[in-house]
Design a protein around this ligand. Structure first.
Ligand code: NAP
Length: 301
């Protein structure tokens, strides 16, 4: 019995130490004065991320299309403790704007430590009715502008040993009905930045990439889209697609709840620390900021 207790205590101790050893470390002071560019920061998650960086005393540039709202967000960032808070209105569907925004941040901040790519163009969820033009436009906003900005910022991030943070979605991992254009852009992001992660590793790059795969989070725009999905699910009596059974798995993860597990993230590397982060108040504080120090993140499924 005594031996058993010793082994048990030893195992618990070893497991505890292993957890401690592999847990990502987060040093709030590392964000003091950090030079951060956050896109899609006039509302929702981007706005909240800007406030979190502000609380840690970062120097921030925010961007989105609505200038007036950006101005208000920047003022709040300053009141929360940001060392600098600048804004630049831009439309990511416009071919030159992604570069213009990065250049602005590089010039005003003297380089970048964090590039947080988060914006998305408005899209409604519904049955695919062949709107190729909208999908092409959404690809520009949600995907092509991301790779353009990342490329433009990479030399500076390389110099600063910085982080590239890409906000993606569960819908970039699991095909679902009613979300085709949006989902395609998120699959593209995961493919591109997942592959870039490997190439940067091969080049022994200093830049860390975090792909944040979010589940449903109750931002105004997301809840609008979900309202349609609830309606459509009733309308189409969506139960199963017999011909595809066994080949494609449909996961019904839409939920009425706005408070369920919101962001679930798992390391893709050897260890598998899972963490859940909620949107209101606690989003990214400090957990999301910890994510920047991880190499690559995706949802476990
Ligand atoms: P949101 O509230 O709709 O915010 C979108 C942001 O993008 C706004 O700041 C918007 O500002 C900006 N934007 C829209 N069109 C733009 C354009 N053409 N050019 C530049 N900026 C543009 O979205 P959210 O719910 O916070 O989502 C943020 C991120 O999380 C997205 O990447 C999304 O895919 C991801 N995500 C969210 C959820 C969720 O449930 N909320 C789930 C999974 C993943 P302006 O209108 O001022 O331009």
């Amino acid at each position: 019995m005594a031996t058993f207790v010793k082994i048990l205590i030893g195992s618990i101790l070893a497991a505890y130490l292993a957890m401690k050893w592999t847990a990502p470390s987060f040093h709030p002071e590392s964000l003091k004065g950090a030079r951060v560019l956050v896109t899609g920061a006039s509302s929702g998650i981007g706005e909240q991320m800007a406030y979190h960086y502000a609380r840690f005393g970062a120097q921030i540039v925010i961007t989105a299309r609505r200038e007036k709202v950006l101005q208000q967000v920047a003022e709040k960032c300053l009141s929360l403790g940001a060392q600098k808070a600048l804004y630049i209105p831009a439309d990511m569907a416009n071919e030159s704007d992604p570069d213009r925004v990065v250049d602005f941040a590089l010039e005003k901040l003297g380089g970048l430590d964090y590039l947080v790519l988060n914006h998305i163009g408005p899209t409604t969820f519904g049955m695919w009715e062949g709107d190729v033009e909208h999908t092409r436009w959404l690809m520009k906003v949600n995907f092509l502008s991301y790779i353009q900005m990342a490329w433009r910022a990479l030399p500076s991030l390389e110099q600063s040993k910085g982080s590239l943070v890409v906000v993606s979605s569960l819908l970039g991992k699991m095909p679902n009905p009613f979300t085709l254009p949006y989902s395609s852009t998120k699959f593209a992001l995961n493919g591109f930045f997942g592959s870039l992660y490997h190439e940067l590793a091969m080049k022994k790059s200093n830049v860390s990439i975090s792909i944040c795969t979010l589940g449903l989070i109750d931002t105004d725009s997301a809840m609008d889209k979900v309202r349609f999905v609830k309606y459509a699910k009733g309308r189409y009596k969506y139960t199963s697609l017999p011909r595809h059974r066994g080949r494609i798995k449909y996961h019904h993860h839409w939920s009425n709840k706005t408070t369920g597990p919101l962001l679930s993230v798992v390391h893709t590397s050897h260890n598998s620390n899972k963490r859940l982060v909620s949107f209101n108040n606690k989003l990214l504080h400090p957990e999301l900021l910890q994510l920047h120090s991880m190499n690559n993140i995706c949802l476990q499924h």
